[in-house]
Design a binder for this molecule. Structure first.
Ligand code: MTE
Length: 386
């Protein structure tokens, strides 16, 4: 396994080779805080915990929870006691409900294997740069989420015909005047058989970082839809319009020129994820002694299936088909691998490109937008074969 120091070193590699910064970077790496239990993860923010998985950790279909990225906009709730915790179902319903964790645990549980990806994953590659957490490749993970279907809870409460959207309210500790984390999804997605009130991840109760005791699981959609530390599910007549729905997490109605500002009224909320693949191994900037190179990675496409992944080692002139892994489920990523032989020693750039069941192909350049959402350009790693 590669150490955290090695990862951080690699991340800062370009600057380090510039020379003058090197002693400072080594000092910073050695003194960088390590979040207990998260060794090896890339710390993107400590104030509000944001952890990224180095892509080299993708070596199993299900991502172990300690390696699953964490994205928090605010402080995690510090005093959340499962015995006092309650979830209310309110708004446009005939019979508002208040449920305890025990009540939820008695309702029939379903499982969905879902690739959860932050809408901002890959933002750090946008040109021109955009503000926000500069995620690399690993604000993504694949896990089995389990819990009651949201539709079963909504049926108990009886949704009125006026109920068109469902909002989720998270119990984050809100700094200053920041509004609470509330997001909504349309009633059709809320009542889909696969949308869950998740209580478990990979067969164990949710950890605090991932939303204990209950989070929404909106499969195939951007990670922000899956609100953590739920306190309230509210049925609404129209889409919720708070900060994290508007201006946050929206996509331009028309293509935007790189660098151009965006009018929030000319946007719509993000929903399903893009088609995307990333290369897990070999690592970027690695030196390989063997000419036989085993290239691995993962590919996902939100609510669609991955049908093809291809790899190129000659700048896209020719593409080799990858073998797709046997583990497969709707909304879940597909692992893939390719054997490639370097014709001679030298520097190579490996590219990966996925195609999904809708015919969407990972593009050469991602569609630029001012928040750097849904970045999905063809992935690349540079290697040196000796
Ligand atoms: N829910 C609450 N309450 N607060 C948050 O900050 N972040 C969202 C979503 N749910 C968030 C939240 C975002 S942007 C993402 S990508 C996912 O949680 C990340 O889930 P994870 O931290 O379990 O990986």
């Amino acid at each position: 396994m590669v150490s955290r120091r090695d990862f951080l070193k690699k991340a800062s590699g370009a600057a380090a080779t510039a020379g003058a910064l090197y002693p400072f970077l080594v000092w910073a790496i050695d003194n960088a805080p390590v979040i207990p239990g998260s060794e090896g993860m890339i710390l993107r923010s400590e104030r509000f915990l944001d952890l990224e998985m180095p892509p080299e950790f993708i070596n199993s279909w299900l991502t172990p929870v300690p390696r699953f990225f964490v994205r928090n906009h605010m402080h995690e709730p510090s005093t959340l006691d499962a015995t006092d915790w309650q979830l209310t179902i309110s708004g446009e319903v005939e019979k508002p409900l208040t449920l305890t964790l025990g009540d939820l645990q008695k309702i029939e549980s379903h499982s969905v294997v879902n690739t959860l990806e932050c809408a901002g994953n890959g933002r750090g590659f946008e040109q021109p740069r955009v503000p926000g957490i500069q995620w690399g490749k690993g604000a993504v993970g694949n896990a089995r989420f389990s819990g009651p279907r949201l539709r079963d809870l909504l049926e108990r409460a009886g949704v009125k015909t006026s109920g068109k959207h469902v909002s989720f309210h998270g119990l984050d500790e809100v700094p200053g005047k920041v509004p609470p984390f509330i997001r909504s999804i349309p009633i059709e997605k809320a009542t889909d058989n696969d949308t869950l009130m998740a209580l478990q991840m990979n067969g164990s109760e949710l950890t605090k970082d991932h939303g204990f005791p209950a989070r929404a699981l909106v499969p195939g959609w951007v990670g922000s839809a899956s609100v953590k530390w739920l306190s309230e599910v509210k049925v609404l007549e129209k889409e919720f319009e708070g900060n994290f729905m508007k201006p946050g997490y929206r996509w331009p109605n028309h293509p935007v020129k790189p660098g151009e500002a965006l009018n929030p009224d000319d946007t719509h909320p993000l929903t399903s994820l893009n088609v995307k693949s990333i290369i897990a191994t070999p690592s970027d900037a690695s030196t390989l002694k063997s000419h036989k190179v085993h290239i691995t990675g993962a590919a996902w496409a939100g609510e669609s299936d991955i049908v093809k992944v291809e790899v190129s080692a000659d700048g896209g002139a020719t593409w080799l088909p990858a073998k797709l892994g046997s583990d497969h489920a709707k909304y879940a990523w597909r692992l893939w691998s390719v054997e490639w032989k370097a014709p001679k020693p030298g520097e190579y750039t490996l590219l990966s490109r996925a195609t999904d069941s809708q015919g969407r192909v990972q593009p050469q350049t991602a569609e630029w937008n001012p928040s750097g959402y849904l970045y999905n350009a063809i992935d690349q790693v540079k290697i040196h074969v000796v």
